[in-house]
Design a binder for this molecule. Structure first.
Ligand SMILES: Cc1ncc(COP(=O)(O)O)c(C=O)c1O
Length: 414
């Protein structure tokens, strides 16, 4: 039996201090633009950086690149106190980012032989980029693809699986990530890496998705959230113990530089774990709709997109252009963008968010004219950047910059 707890069913209204003022400001700032376009409000972005920093209890935050997918905003975050290093999502991306960032950890394993060869053949890249492994299979692939040499060792991070197995593994809670689950397995991998030429174990990473990626606040399904909190209490206790043992075991075999854990949704509890030396965070900077349902952290919505109203099929309904900017994960209504302003607009059950048009119903519909904007929030953070070439940066009520997303720079990494 597998019990899969899906992140974020249902969500609360965003905590937008004064929603009407914010959107009046965004409307004024972007009046000359033709929607669709996306904006990031820099005041909220910087406040979120400060919220994450405060919750990290002095531990450095490693910036999760997949949750921003915009180099200009990554620079901005990394210039804030408390942020150090990048957590990238693919090796080709990391090789590109390493042109300007000197500490890039790839959070997921790679099977890209070309990128591995590139990494192994460049001394500076090999110093700046750390790749993820979790099995002997990865190490063998690395040896065959890149033939690393002792004079220029590749930096490896070992991923420890942080999911919760109950009832002897019959109930699995959390993401299916690494096969390395126990301290003994972690130690065996550390020894295996130590035996091999041209590679060096420099870190350990474990992402507790069942805590960081699951809403636990009243916004999540009413009956479910007490259960989620109970599961998370059990999981936090289990993983604090297991992670501490795994870290001690790995440290007995390798001189590791860091232990990475968590994400925006778990900053508070991950920071409190003494075995963790740094915390991953990214989504909290944009604060997409799925983050409205967390109890432990309430960042300010900072990323929005505007769609134009293009027709009015009947009273009470307007139709916006596009709209199906859906998020990854288990399919459901919570993966759709959240109609945010004007308030009270909602999807029709028969159409949801469409490929090229989205009907929206509600009180406000009849007040919207052709060309009016509907402001939306993406359910997830970085996936918004896959929909637009640029982000409009708004501060103090005006556009201060327009910056390219990864897509705008011509990259689609995953
Ligand atoms: C390894 C790792 N760390 C952290 C995160 C979460 O980062 P955030 O929610 O802060 O963007 C993820 C998200 O999937 C992840 O895979």
């Amino acid at each position: 039996m597998g019990l899969d707890i899906a992140p974020g069913l249902g969500s609360t209204e965003p905590v937008l201090g004064s929603t009407d003022c914010l959107f009046a400001e965004l409307d004024r700032a972007t009046a000359k633009l033709q929607p669709p376009f996306a904006v990031v409000e820099l005041g909220a972005f910087d406040t979120n950086a400060a919220i994450l920093r405060r919750n990290a209890l002095g531990k450095p935050l490693r910036l999760v690149s997949k949750s921003l997918r915009c180099r200009a905003l990554m620079r901005r975050a990394l210039a804030q106190p408390g942020f150090k290093g990048v957590l990238a999502y693919t090796l080709p991306e990391a090789l590109w980012l390493a042109e300007e960032f000197d500490d890039v950890l790839v959070a997921y394993p790679t099977a890209n032989a070309d990128a591995l060869r590139h990494l192994a053949g460049d001394e500076e890249l090999a110093r700046r980029v750390t790749i993820m492994v979790d099995s002997v299979e990865h190490l063998d692939h690395l040896r065959e693809a890149a033939a690393p040499v002792p004079g220029r060792p590749l930096r490896l991070c070992l991923e420890l699986d942080m999911s919760l197995d109950l009832l002897g593994g019959r109930v699995h809670i959390g993401a299916h990530r690494s096969p390395v689950h126990t301290p003994e397995q972690a130690l065996a991998m550390a020894h295996e890496i130590d035996k091999r030429p041209g590679v060096r174990l420099v870190g350990l990473m474990g992402y507790e998705s069942q805590i960081a990626g699951v809403q636990d606040g009243p916004g999540s399904a009413k009956l479910k959230y007490p259960l989620v909190r109970l599961m998370q209490r059990i999981s936090r206790a289990e993983l604090a113990e297991r992670r501490a043992e795994a870290v001690a075991a790995v440290r007995s075999a390798a001189d590791i530089e860091f232990v990475n854990g968590g994400g925006t949704g778990s900053v508070v509890s991950t920071a409190a774990d003494p075995s963790v030396t740094e915390i991953a965070a990214g989504s909290g900077l944009y604060s997409p709709a799925l983050f409205d349902g967390y109890r432990s952290i309430r960042p300010l919505p900072a990323a929005f997109f505007a769609l134009p109203v293009v027709r009015r099929p009947r009273p009470g309904i307007v139709t916006a252009l596009g709209g199906g900017w859906t998020a990854s994960g288990v399919p459901g209504w919570d993966r759709l963008p959240k109609p945010t302003f004007p308030r009270g607009l909602s999807y029709t059950r028969t159409e949801g968010a469409g490929e090229v048009q989205t009907p929206l119903r509600g009180r406000a519909a009849d007040e919207l004219a052709l060309g009016s904007r509907v402001w939306m929030r993406h359910a997830k953070a970085g996936e918004l950047a896959e929909r637009v070439n640029t982000l409009q940066l708004v501060a103090a009520g005006r556009i201060v910059d327009e910056v390219p997303t990864y897509r705008g720079e011509g990259f689609a990494f995953a």
